[in-house]
Ligand binder design. Sequence first.
Ligand SMILES: Nc1nc2c(c(=O)[nH]1)N[C@H]1C(S)=C(S)[C@@H](COP(=O)(O)O)O[C@H]1N2
Ligand SMILES: [Mo]
Length: 261
Amino acid sequence: MSRKRRFLIPGVDRNLLVKDAAKLLPDPARRRFIAGGASLGALTLLTGCDVTDSFSAEQLLTRISKFNDAVQAALFDPNKLAPTYPESAITRPFPFNAYYALDDAPDIVAADWKLEVRGLVDNTKPWTLDELYQLPQETQITRHICVEGWSAIGSWSGVRLSHFLQLIGADTRAKYVWFNCADYDGYNSPLDMASALHPQTQMTFKFDNAILPRAYGYPMKIRVPTKLGFKNPKYVIAMEVTNDYKGGYWEDQGYNSFSGS
Ligand SMILES: Nc1nc2c(c(=O)[nH]1)N[C@H]1C(S)=C(S)[C@@H](COP(=O)(O)O)O[C@H]1N2
Ligand SMILES: [Mo]
């Protein structure tokens, strides 16, 4: 196809748009789309968006991404557990990952840290680390999967998030629990309520039976073994129970918010 034809819509390379859209589509819609010839016309029908310029192309991709989230959320089984592993399977050393080098990771002093609780909850009292350490903890050995193409098995101990949400009188009919982190450039991530209430979703205080090291999110991370790594926020300083979709660090850059593993 000549360059001229490909760019018939100002600023939009049709081939690339169709390719990007196919990548975002969940199965079986993706298979149907490809079998049907993967055309811009089919995309228009599927999404109800008419692509006339780069702005509407962007909107179409957002629409597909949301569609993908809705499909994933509908398929999520709140009782299905992520696989667990024996101690011998733990990856040592466990990788550190963030959008910066370890030297730039938050260096939190316990005495200065409090977990802020906001939004649709009965009790917004902030929690000290000592108070949180009093709550019942359990340990899981599960696999962490990062979209960047690596996975590793770790041992995490902490409090069930569902138990904590109950303690603070959270309205669990709300759509999200949104987490805010201490990273220098900000890091945050929304978690859908069904996943927040999943029995393996944990407020984590220990890695490999020792106080969570700085690399892995001291003093607290949220471990969600049914989700990809970026939906496991480290260095958490606040949680908000909300019906508003507030976006997140990677979510805002185009990763699906549901991102199940
Ligand atoms: N606060 C914060 N949480 C974060 C990140 C980050 O950059 N900042 N990166 C995410 C990503 S992409 C991954 S893969 C995991 C890495 O966790 P680890 O360092 O314990 O392996 O943390 C997630 N949570
Ligand atoms: Mo990641």
